[in-house]
Design a protein around this ligand. Sequence first.
Ligand SMILES: Nc1ncnc2c1ncn2[C@@H]1O[C@H](COP(=O)(O)OP(=O)(O)OP(=O)(O)O)[C@@H](O)[C@H]1O
Length: 387
Amino acid sequence: MTTPALTTSPAGAPVDAAGQTAVLGVGAERPGLQVVGASVGFGRGTPVLQGVDLEVAPGSTTAIVGPSGSGKTSLLRVIAGFLRPATGTVSLRGQEVTQVPAHRRSIGLVAQDGALFPHLDVAGNIAFGLPKGIRRGEARRRVEELLDLVSLDRSHARRRPDQLSGGQRQRVALARALARRPEVILLDEPFSALDAGLREITRQAVREILASTGTTTVLVTHDQDEALSFADQVAVLRDGRLAQTGTPEEIYRRPRDARTARFLGEAVLLPARLRSPGVASTVLGDVSVVRSEPEESAEDRSWRTADASATVMLRPEQIVLADEGVRAEVLTSQYFGHDTTAVVSVDGLEEPIRVRRLNADPLPPGAVVRLAVAGPGVAYPESELQH
Ligand SMILES: Nc1ncnc2c1ncn2[C@@H]1O[C@H](COP(=O)(O)OP(=O)(O)OP(=O)(O)O)[C@@H](O)[C@H]1O
């Protein structure tokens, strides 16, 4: 997602956006965030947010994921107070702040590139986030405290942002955002500019820092793995609506519909016949299934009756090689080190399917294997096969 929208908000330049501060609700109790029925539209087109409800438990982390243009930035801007929703409310720890201007909300923001001031050193950047009028000695002490919190050596205090690594810059941005002890931190794709190794380390460090401060956190990310590994709760946004909200495990294992399944990882969709409430017959044999609860059209409801046509969703790692099982032929295989994927054509199935194996050698094209299914799948109405 793009950050400028947030950082050039009515609250001002990147400066202000990055240093949002705590004014409301300072107290011993932990914060929480609630968005109810938020709708936003620009002009006459389709609204970019439509009745979004989002609740983030105090001190927990929620990741908002969704395709480009689904409304992630807009939702973040509504929470931050840079965008006034046409309908709906935003509350922090039970206190409604919908009409409260951005700079008076207890919210800190970390932008994609950190949005640090290039002409200020690390200490200056962090001090910018501190309350105005704070005494100089106190400010110095707080800056040191914040450097310690984000594990940056105090000797870095006099460096300018261009003398830091990408990960260090993001730590400074986090320190600045945390300076006024906000109730909520909004992370706007904060790791996307970092390379893979640094990204993982910085992500873990940020997660630990936020957990240690008990800050309620909302992360916007394009990266599904990041959402699943970083957050306590994942909210999938699609076309301005929340398609599903749940724990990472729920979202990955029980996606509400095929599009959500595909968005959160690879999905194998098989035509199936429901035989009993918890069993579906597929080309890979009988599979135990849980039924999803998609938004159903009237004709979809018929699939809930026994012996109905259905679509079963499996993850590629649930399809395993077995001594006995359905015959399949390897078309291609790719080696990723920790795992190997193979695309196989299965007798009786039009489309080839993908199989993922941990710690395994690639399979040669043309090899004949036998497949079985491990663990339950998710059953959808038959119409989901088209998605
Ligand atoms: N100020 C604006 N005026 C008109 N349309 C806007 C404005 N801001 C956003 N939009 C539109 O609203 C929709 C949602 O945009 P938003 O930036 O919230 O999506 P996003 O999920 O963050 O996308 P990305 O991941 O690409 O950043 C898009 O169609 C976008 O073009």
